[in-house]
Design a protein around this ligand. Structure first.
Ligand code: PMT
Length: 404
């Protein structure tokens, strides 16, 4: 029983595929899950609460208040109760509300209150599914880390044939089971991740920095924590927030501070992933006062910052993994291969600073992984959350190699 003891909040919205939710509920119960069902008012037109209450062994939740006895269903406690929320079927309407944070029924408010992983199984007619507005809304949910269980192709309720059928209940249960199986993969491991830019002061009001937002590093931190790791996230100045009990965030500003934080934490880590865009140079002298504008040119002498990845590469033990990034604008493969060797990395993640949708401050990235054994893996353009999972998968492959 792969879902033994897991609290599953099943959200059902108003689409014809709601009839499949009865079978989905049964499968979840058979896998040992404790299931509570929350329905939108329209979903009740497609399947009766009585059927679902009987199968889930729990009363069905539709309204905020019970007008008979004044009892109320708390979306907050439902959101906190759930180990996973599944929304199946998810109509175009509910997906649009979810992606915009609209909270106008118990299902959408529970969704906004849920701290657990959320699985979304879209179901609608083919043209609705293919519409750019729906594509955009689904992509937005994916970007914030919801797990989309893609719709299937086939005959639709309209009589048309195409993509939009809800995934079969077996596929939905398998996706949730796989998630929980993966969530223990890194249990007991500590992973250090660097993220964001560094700022190197010139004077009290100016610095040398770069365009890194921290999105890639933060996505890696969440992906590692979701697999059960304890994460030490060392971040340069990034505007992102993170709220995960498995992630300890250490904020730094300069390359020197990032180095100090990495140095004092690396020994206790099983792996480190260096996703930060660390300044390679800093001013030799930092002016105590704001530098005044003058008529002639200004020269600032720069010196190298500590190459953190290289220094950790010299310190790392045989049991530790060190993973670096290479952000390139030209000769990507050659430059990344050189960095892989020079910094004694187990693998390097190559991405481009001048490719659309990749590199700095985007929600997506396209990477190539180069391993120290010469293996090369090319990936498609994906959300940074998905890219982060690909990198963690390869980190686990590398860890298994060490254990052999
Ligand atoms: O933060 P985002 O907006 O999401 O953007 C993500 C990213 C583009 C910053 C990320 O995907 C990325 O490529 N990070 C590494 C950027 C970089 O500085 O690459 P590099 O090729 O200059 O450095 C090579 C490696 O050495 C990197 O792992 C880097 O963290 C590390 N390094 C570099 C210099 C230095 N002084 N110390 C280091 O540890």
């Amino acid at each position: 029983m792969t879902l033994s003891g897991k609290n599953i909040l099943l959200g059902i919205t108003g689409g014809i595929a709601a009839y499949k939710s009865a079978y989905l509920t049964r499968l979840l119960i058979k896998q040992g899950a404790i299931v509570k069902v929350v329905m939108t008012p329209t979903a009740k037109q497609f399947i009766t609460p009585l059927t679902l209450a009987t199968l889930s062994q729990n009363p069905i939740l539709v309204d905020f208040f019970n007008s008979e006895n004044g009892g109320w269903n708390s979306h907050v406690s439902l959101g906190l109760w759930a180990d996973a929320m599944i929304i199946a079927p998810a109509t175009a309407n509910t997906i649009a509300k979810m992606s915009n944070g609209i909270a106008d029924n118990l299902l959408t408010t529970s969704y906004l209150s849920a701290r657990c992983p959320v699985f979304v199984a879209p179901a609608m007619d083919l043209d609705m599914f293919a519409h750019p507005a729906t594509r955009r809304n689904i992509a937005a949910l994916k970007n914030i880390g919801n797990i989309i269980i893609d719709a299937d192709e086939g005959e639709l309720a309209s009589g048309l044939t195409g993509k939009g059928r809800m995934a079969e209940p077996e596929k939905i249960v398998a996706a949730v089971s796989d998630y929980f199986e993966q969530s223990n993969q890194l249990a007991g491991k500590t992973i250090m991740i660097t993220a964001g830019p560094t700022y190197e002061n010139i004077d009290p009001v100016r610095f040398i920095g770069n365009y890194s937002s921290g999105k890639m590093g933060f996505a890696l931190a969440v992906a590692a924590a979701n697999r059960g790791a304890d994460v030490i996230l060392i971040s340069g100045p990034a505007r992102l927030k993170i709220n995960n009990s498995r992630i300890q965030r250490i904020d730094v500003t300069s390359a020197e501070q990032m180095y100090e934080a990495c140095k004092s934490n690396f020994e206790k880590c099983d792996a480190a992933i260096m996703a930060a865009a660390v300044a390679d140079y800093r001013p030799v002298n930092v002016s105590e006062q704001k530098i005044k504008k003058a008529d002639n040119a200004l020269t600032i002498t720069l010196e190298a910052t500590p190459d953190i990845a290289k220094l950790l590469g010299q310190q790392k033990s045989d049991r530790q993994l060190l993973i670096g990034f290479a952000l390139e604008t030209e000769n990507g493969l050659a430059n990344a291969t050189e960095k892989l060797k020079k910094k004694n990395l187990d693998f390097i993640v190559l991405n481009s600073a001048n490719e659309l949708g990749a590199g700095f401050n985007t929600d997506t990235n396209r990477i190539t992984i180069l391993k120290k054994n010469g293996e090369k893996i090319d990936y498609q353009l994906k959300s940074k959350n998905e890219v982060a999972n690909d990198i963690i998968d390869q980190m686990i492959v590398a860890a298994n190699e060490i254990d052999k």
